[in-house]
Design a protein around this ligand. Structure first.
Ligand code: PYC
Length: 330
């Protein structure tokens, strides 16, 4: 299904970013997603990893123009809609933020499907969505919630200790949920919005310490998401989290890929079995309903369910001489 209009790369190179870019904004449980619905670069028709590579090397200015200030901010996750590589897929998407690219994005996938429904491009039911790290299945329900069955997730290493100078030692698990996470059970303070400055500083120091110590995900992958857990504030929920995203922002939602990584760890510990509900509360108190399924491939397939709300439809404009047409790199 062709739901996109693509601006030829040559046009973009001749008139960098002068063409309007149409976006639809939404938030999923508080976390924004900006879907680029037209005016995006032509990344070719190759495999998703190849398109991501091309985005990164030839059109990174497009990423910064769309999500960085002054048109966006560090909390906005962008989603570039692309023609899928397989006919049975509804769409392909590459997620990005102010500092780079995401493998997968749970809240963003809910935002993408809700946006496509808002545009009248898709109806209820099951949709395959291609991402650079694999295909996810997203179901649009009658109540407008979306369930995302994420890519297979797993714990890579357990009980890893790292010392963040000035902040102390932290022991956590390294897990994959479509992005790389370091998951820590003992936060230094309550997981509240009021404590966000301390939480951002501590998780940033932990991420730097992991990097400085050479502690990585599989095949040397940089761990760019740091996640603290505590008991939930609502007795209806299973746990509360705070997630530092790549860069300096924190996830306003309970983080779909972070919840997936957490459920993979719980499964490994024998604390979560297939089909058992896991309600992950985020820093705003909003919830992703999660569960896992054990696939025929032997892997844990996590699902998260949440809802997005459309917040705007805009045309991003680029006037001649604008010193910040490609965004402010903070
Ligand atoms: O929901 O997976 C997620 C996510 C990642 C970064 C921000 N949100």
């Amino acid at each position: 299904m062709n739901v996109f209009k693509i601006v030829d790369k040559a046009v973009l190179l001749l008139m960098p970013l002068l063409s309007p870019i149409c976006v639809i904004d939404s938030h999923t449980q508080g976390e924004p997603t900006r879907v680029v619905v037209s005016g995006g670069p032509d990344l070719g028709s190759g495999p998703m990893e190849e398109r991501l590579q091309r985005f990164r090397s030839e059109f990174d200015h497009f990423r910064t123009a769309v999500v960085c200030e002054p048109r966006g901010s560090d909390v906005v996750v962008g989603a570039l809609l692309l023609e899928p590589t397989q006919p049975e897929s509804t769409a392909a998407v590459i997620f990005f933020n102010d500092v780079g690219y995401l493998g997968m994005c749970g809240h963003g996938t809910i935002g993408v499907l809700t946006t496509l429904a808002h545009m009248g491009k898709v109806g209820g039911g099951l949709h395959r969505i291609e991402t650079p790290v694999g295909i996810v299945q997203a179901t649009l329900h009658e109540d407008r919630c979306v369930t995302v069955e994420n890519v297979p997730s797993y714990r890579f290493r357990s009980s890893v200790t790292v010392t963040a100078p000035g902040y102390g030692s932290f022991t956590g698990d390294i897990a994959w949920g479509g992005n790389w996470f370091f998951l820590i059970a003992n936060p230094p303070c309550l997981l509240t919005l009021e404590n966000r400055t301390e939480l951002i500083a501590t998780t940033t120091a932990i991420r730097n310490a992991l990097d400085a110590s050479g502690i990585t995900g599989a095949e040397g992958a940089y761990i760019d998401h740091i996640e603290f857990f505590s008991a939930p504030y609502s007795s209806e929920n299973s746990s509360r989290n705070f997630v530092l995203c790549p860069g300096a922002s924190f996830d306003r939602s309970p983080c779909g890929t972070g919840t997936s990584a957490k459920m993979a760890c719980l499964y490994d510990d024998g604390e979560l079995v297939p089909e058992m509900p896991w309600r992950q509360e985020g820093i705003l108190g909003t919830v992703f309903e999660g569960s896992i399924r054990k696939g025929h491939d032997g892997h844990v397939h996590p699902s998260i369910r949440g809802r997005a709300w459309i917040t705007g439809e805009s045309k991003l404009l680029f006037e001649d001489g604008d010193p910040f047409s490609t965004g402010i790199k903070l």
